[in-house]
Structure formats: structure tokens, C-alpha cells
Design a protein around this ligand. Structure first.
Ligand code: SAH
Ligand code: SF4
Ligand code: F3S
Length: 474
């Protein structure tokens, strides 16, 4: 019997790529491939790349550099580059990198079997960066019982029509296109049957879901997903502030599985900079949306993305950003140094900001956020929170011997997306020993900058929102 061939996929970039890697894995499994533990043991290595900033692109090319050595030793090895750098560079990659056999864009995943066969059987090098008008559907696949945990991403739409002036996404991922709700619901059902309890719906701008295709609205989609048996939590990302509707804000009041957290990327606190970014909202309009969200619930968590050092960003613009962060009091944020991307309008703008000033501004944002996060986390001490258990805490894995008690260390997240590490005395609590994938109640005892610590007080709970209807944790 011949041993089956093995694959390895290196995933860079955003959650979209994580989802796409899952699709690639399913395709390779269906072709009879197995997963290799490291790329050195694989017969086919795929790099799923990101082009969002220069650093991300460099990371992709440095990985391909490492593969060149491997390919020299083993000419049979198939090397493929997929994702956003593949989409952006196409044929140029084959010209520059002799170790690459296959360049496949973000819409070519469904054609992987043919591409791989062409490389393996005909010994040809191939490029496929054609963009599609419809989202590729893999069809019903058998999902293995949850080796990747209880929480998964599900892409509901691809591409972007917004053309923010700094951003490469619309140029690489093409125009916005939505998946049919039927396929989305089918996929989520299969995931929950395999043990998944939380899904995060992905799109660059979920607010415009289904509009072009005349499918249902995003809120209708949420309503339908909310009815999925055994699903405990529902999240989504990203919502563009300009399109965040009152209808969607209102959905938080009646959808019991929808988590009390929204990622609402602001990018800058200066209306001037926002205009030049083509974000199409002002600082005040953004703040009004946040106010509306917090009216729904004072514990509504809001996170954001910020770009510092956009071309022409003055000290005054930057202090507008710091002020906005103070005003909103974000629960968490990501901050990036502006990075020139090929062909985007911002790359041709005057007033480029030096690396050192960018770094100073980045550090200032991080320091400010650290103090806000600490303050907000401290406010959670003494509360009892619902935590969806994702597994044993990392600390427990490292220090099993030294813990030395009958208490178990677990880890999970609150509805507001805070990480909670907690102990559970298996003797003291009924139903203990199998918290994985369940929502438990945890008394918060200690706040850290990026997580909370506590003790489990109840082994089961109802989903947030509509308490007392049905015991979902059972
Ligand atoms: N669709 C999402 C974001 C996708 S990209 C949205 O509209 O918010 C993720 C983040 O990367 C962006 O929010 C932005 O903060 C950052 N980003 C995008 N292009 C960038 C660039 N050229 N330089 C630095 N950061 C960038
Ligand atoms: Fe990029 Fe703007 Fe589209 Fe987000 S909305 S992906 S930042 S162009
Ligand atoms: Fe995502 Fe990076 Fe592409 S952020 S959409 S993988 S450019």
C-alpha cells in the first residue's frame, strides 16, 4: 500500500484567509491528501498570503525563500502560493521565484484540484488569478469533529466596494459578492453537528450583505442563524461605520445568541483624515453610532482598528485620534502604521510621515489603550459572567505539575469577547469535567490588561439575553 501524500498550508493575514485555508484543507482531504505536521514533511506546501501591509507581503516572500531550499532537495515537492499576494502579483511570482509551481488567487480555490493535477501530472507551472462574480461553494462537506475548537469563522461575503484610499483589499479581492443564505445555514448546521458552538460571520462590510444579489438582508440572515440548534453564540466582523444601520443595532436587543461586542474600525479620529481616507463618515457621525450602541446596553463592548501616520496626518489630527479613543473607551483595539500599497491612491499622496514619528504615535495609542483596558477590566471584578469554555488554559498546560491541587484551570470568553481564565473545583460543582463548549458562570476575581481571572460558580447557564427559556448548556 502506498502511503498517502501530505500537505501543509501556512496561513497569514486575516480571518478570511483562515476560512479559506479551511476550504483548501477540505479540498485536499477530498483528493486523498493528509495533513503534514511540518512543511518539511509535506508533498505539497501552500502559502496563503496577505498583502494588507508591506510587512505582511515580506513575510510571504520570506516563507517562499525558505521553501526554495526545500525544493532544491526535493524537486517533486509542489509549491503553491495563494491568497492576496498571489492575487496581486500573479505571473510576476512565477517569473521571480523558480521554486513556485502554482499561483492561485482568492477566487481560484475551487479550481485547486485541476491546478494540482496540471502541476503533478503534466509537470507544468500554472497561474490562476481570475476573479469570479459568485462566491465559490464547496458543497456539503463532512466536517471532522471539531479539531479546530468550538469557535469557527464562516465567510458570508467576499471582496469590497468601499475603496478606502489606503487599502489593497478591493484591488485584490475584487468586488463585493455575497453567499446564498441557504449555503451559509447549511454550513453552520454542519459545524454545530461537529461540536462547534460559536460562529463569527466574516465580510469586509457585512452591512451590505445580500444587497447586490437581492438576497435577504444581513439582519434577516442573523435572525435565521440565531435559530440554529446547539449554536450558543453568534458574532460578526466587520461592520463599516458608515453603513451600520439602526436595524442592525436593534438586533442586539432581541437576538439571544448575538454577542454584545462589535468591531467598528474608526481608522482615525480626525474628520479631515477620514475624508482623505474615503471613509465617508465624520468623527461626530462615528461617535453617534457608538452612543446608539451603548444605549442598547452599557456593557456593549466596542473594538476598533486605527491607522497612525496616514499621509499628511498632523499632530492635531493625531491628538483627535487620542481624544476619540478616550471618549469611546474601547474594549480593545488594533493599531497599525500606515503602509504604502501598490496602486492605492494614498500611495501617491503628499506628506508621508517618517517611520520614527509613526512608531511614536503607535506607542502612544498602545499606552493609552493599555490604561483604558485595565480600567475596564478592573470594573469586571466582583461580577459573575457567562463564559463559553474554549479549553484548558495555557498556563495549566505548562504548569500542570506545579498547580498541585484538584482545581482545573480553564479558559474561555465572555460575550464581550474578554478572555477569562478560571478555576473549577471538580468536586464542588455538579456536571464538572465536561465544560468544553459550554457556557458556565464565572465569578471574576482579578483583572489583567488583556484577560480576567476567576472561579466558576455554576456549571451551566442560559445564553445571554433571553434567560430562562431553554438550557442550552445541557
Ligand atoms: N474591512 C475592514 C478592514 C480590513 S483590513 C474595515 O473596513 O474596517 C484590516 C485593517 O488593516 C484595517 O481596518 C486598517 O486599519 C488596516 N489597514 C488596511 N490597509 C492598511 C495600510 N495600507 N496600512 C496600514 N494599515 C492598513
Ligand atoms: Fe479596505 Fe475599506 Fe474595504 Fe475595509 S472597507 S476592506 S478598509 S477598502
Ligand atoms: Fe485579509 Fe490580508 Fe487579504 S487582511 S483580505 S489576507 S490582504
Amino acid at each position: 500500500m502506498t502511503e498517502s501524500k501530505k500537505f501543509f498550508i501556512y496561513t497569514m493575514g486575516c480571518q478570511m484567509n483562515v476560512y479559506d485555508t479551511g476550504q483548501m484543507e477540505n479540498i485536499l482531504f477530498s483528493m486523498g491528501y493528509k495533513k503534514a505536521a511540518t512543511y518539511a514533511l509535506a508533498d505539497i506546501v501552500l502559502a496563503n498570503t496577505c498583502a494588507i501591509r508591506e510587512k505582511a507581503e515580506q513575510k510571504a516572500f520570506s516563507f517562499l525563500g525558505r521553501l526554495a531550499k526545500l525544493k532544491n532537495k526535493n524537486p517533486e515537492l509542489i509549491v503553491g502560493i495563494g491568497g492576496c499576494v498571489a492575487q496581486q502579483e500573479g505571473m510576476k511570482i512565477l517569473e521571480r521565484m523558480p521554486q513556485v509551481d502554482m499561483v492561485f488567487g482568492t477566487d481560484a480555490i475551487g479550481r485547486l484540484p485541476d491546478l494540482i493535477r496540471t502541476v503533478a501530472l503534466e509537470n507544468k507551472r500554472v497561474v490562476d488569478i481570475e476573479t469570479a462574480h459568485k462566491v465559490f461553494e464547496l458543497g456539503p462537506v463532512k466536517i471532522e469533529s471539531s479539531p479546530r475548537g468550538i469557535s469557527r469563522f464562516v465567510t458570508i461575503m467576499q471582496g469590497c466596494d468601499n475603496f478606502c484610499t489606503y487599502c489593497v483589499v478591493p484591488h485584490v479581492r475584487g468586488r463585493e459578492k455575497s453567499r446564498d443564505p441557504f449555503h451559509i445555514l447549511q454550513e453552520i448546521k454542519a459545524l454545530t453537528e461537529a461540536g462547534v458552538r460559536e460562529v463569527t460571520l466574516l465580510g469586509q462590510n457585512v452591512n451590505s450583505y445580500g444587497k447586490k444579489e437581492g438576497l435577504c438582508s444581513f439582519v434577516e440572515l442573523l435572525e435565521r442563524i440565531n435559530g440554529t440548534d446547539n449554536l450558543l453564540r453568534l458574532r460578526f466582523t466587520t461592520s463599516h461605520p458608515k453603513d451600520l444601520s439602526s436595524e442592525l443595532i436593534n438586533a442586539y436587543t432581541y437576538l439571544d445568541k448575538l454577542c454584545r461586542h462589535i468591531h467598528l474600525p474608526v481608522q482615525s479620529g480626525s474628520t479631515d483624515i477620514l475624508k482623505r481616507m474615503n471613509r465617508r463618515y465624520t468623527r461626530d457621525q462615528y461617535l453617534k453610532k457608538v452612543e446608539e450602541l451603548r444605549k442598547i446596553s452599557h456593557d456593549m463592548a466596542v473594538s476598533t482598528d486605527i491607522i497612525v501616520g496616514f499621509p499628511g496626518e498632523t499632530e492635531a489630527d493625531f491628538s483627535d485620534t487620542l481624544d476619540l479613543i478616550k471618549e469611546v473607551e474601547y474594549d480593545s483595539l488594533f493599531v497599525f502604521n500606515y503602509s504604502d500599497r501598490p496602486k492605492v491612491p494614498a500611495a501617491a499622496m503628499d506628506g508621508k510621515i517618517s517611520k520614527s514619528i509613526q512608531n511614536e504615535r503607535l506607542q502612544a495609542v498602545l499606552a493609552l489603550q493599555e490604561s483604558i483596558a485595565m480600567k475596564k477590566n478592573r470594573a469586571q471584578v466582583g461580577m459573575t459572567l457567562d463564559v463559553l469554555v474554549e479549553g484548558k488554559s495555557k498556563k495549566q498546560n505548562r504548569k500542570t505539575e506545579t498547580m498541585g491541587s484538584n482545581e482545573d484551570q480553564w479558559s474561555g470568553r465572555t460575550s464581550s469577547n474578554r478572555i477569562v481564565n478560571f478555576t473549577a473545583d471538580p468536586q464542588g460543582v455538579e456536571g464538572a469535567g465536561s465544560f468544553y463548549g459550554k457556557i458556565v458562570r464565572v465569578g471574576i476575581e482579578k483583572a489583567l490588561a488583556h484577560s480576567l481571572r476567576g472561579k466558576m460558580v455554576e456549571a451551566s447557564s442560559k445564553p445571554e439575553g433571553m434567560k430562562g427559556e431553554k438550557d442550552y448548556a445541557a
